[in-house]
Design a protein around this ligand. Structure first.
Ligand code: 5GP
Ligand code: MN
Ligand code: MN
Length: 326
């Protein structure tokens, strides 16, 4: 496995006749939007293209309109021996779920990612932790390939930018300029953003009230900066859409008294997936890594077997050891 610069990544992409592009499990708009934007360019370049992810069967409802060319295939339909495998927005190979084996069987595996914690898997990796979204890196690749950034492509990239920068609150001037370019290409910001960030069924309100009733504030935790946590039971996790489940952390992290917010989602009888967020003073990627997961300094996650109360104890310990950010 070795790092590659932009030019070499472009050479690998444009040289392949058959390409599989993979996003991480439960793909968000950055993972799927990046895979679709790049997949569309390679498809137009004449390659045979599949876009997929290990779970669930279909993309989240709010992401389905991005696939204008019908490139997405369910994970069981993915070629077993891709000539070129491109893995996007994925920090470690286990985040591919049941498709992790393709990183072994493919002729070449190119990883394109912006996680600081990227493990450097694949035969080649193009990783830039300074990029605010994988979509930023994909736009640079498309420009270097001479691929047109038309409206369907621009929508995919805008969706990635708006999600990973929390509606541009965390975006640099360069990323704002990039967004402006995508708007000039015809993106309707409101139409792309509303289904991604602002749309839930009425039943969401009762789910939220049940889940928020489990919220607890612990002002002494997280190095005295405060921890707020809540849990989502299996009935709501398996019965709801990804959009509703993932909205809970965005409510929790508004808590003024807490630097860190954690939502535990029950994905099995004794198995929980966690989302962690910090406001920028504590490194929650380090805390998640200590628990077998990973992510970004301000947004991370992990999955553990055990009971909710025991996992919360481990979270408190991991946060007590997490580095302060400058
Ligand atoms: P979310 O809470 O939105 O599911 O995840 C936030 C971020 O944490 C993701 O962008 C991803 O980088 C990271 N993440 C979440 N779960 C895991 C995990 O199990 N392993 C690793 N390595 N990263 C994770
Ligand atoms: Mn992602
Ligand atoms: Mn991302």
């Amino acid at each position: 496995s070795r790092p590659v610069a932009l030019d070499e990544a472009v050479g690998l992409l444009t040289g392949a006749h058959q390409v599989v592009l993979l996003a991480h499990v439960n793909p968000d708009a950055d993972a799927l939007g990046s895979a679709l934007a790049l997949g569309l360019a390679l498809h137009r370049h004449g390659a045979q293209v599949q876009v997929s992810f290990g779970a669930p069967e279909e993309p989240a409802e709010s992401l389905r309109d991005l696939d204008v060319a019908g490139l997405v295939v369910p994970h069981h339909g993915v070629a077993h021996v891709p000539e070129l495998l491109v893995v996007l927005d994925t920090g470690s190979v286990d985040r591919l779920g049941p498709l992790a084996d393709r990183a072994e069987t493919a002729g070449t595996t190119l990883v394109i990612d912006h996680h600081a914690s990227n493990s450097g898997f694949g035969t080649h990796y193009y990783v830039d932790p300074r990029a605010e979204a994988t979509a930023v890196m994909v736009l640079h690749l498309l420009d270097a390939m001479g691929a047109p950034v038309d409206l369907p492509t621009a929508r995919c990239l805008y969706a990635g930018l708006v999600t990973d920068t929390r509606n541009f609150r965390a975006a640099s001037p360069d990323t704002h300029a990039m967004a402006a370019r995508l708007l000039v290409a015809g993106v309707d910001a409101e139409a792309v953003t509303r289904p991604l960030l602002d749309t839930h069924p009425f039943s969401w309100l009762s789910m939220l009230s049940t889940v928020l009733a489990t919220a607890r504030l612990e002002v002494g935790e997280a190095r005295g900066l405060g921890l707020v946590h809540a849990r989502i039971g299996s009935a709501h996790v398996s019965g709801g859409r990804q959009e509703e489940i993932e909205s809970v952390i965005d409510v929790l992290r508004t808590t003024a008294e807490a630097e860190v917010a954690v939502v535990l989602k029950q994905v099995g009888e004794h198995r929980w997936t966690a989302s962690m967020r910090s406001k920028g003073r504590l490194d929650v990627a380090a805390a998640a890594s200590a628990l077998g997961g990973g992510g970004h300094r301000v947004a991370s996650g992990f999955t553990l077997d055990g009971e909710c109360t025991d996992i919360l104890d481990r979270v408190r310990h991991a946060l007590a050891d997490a580095p302060l950010l400058g």
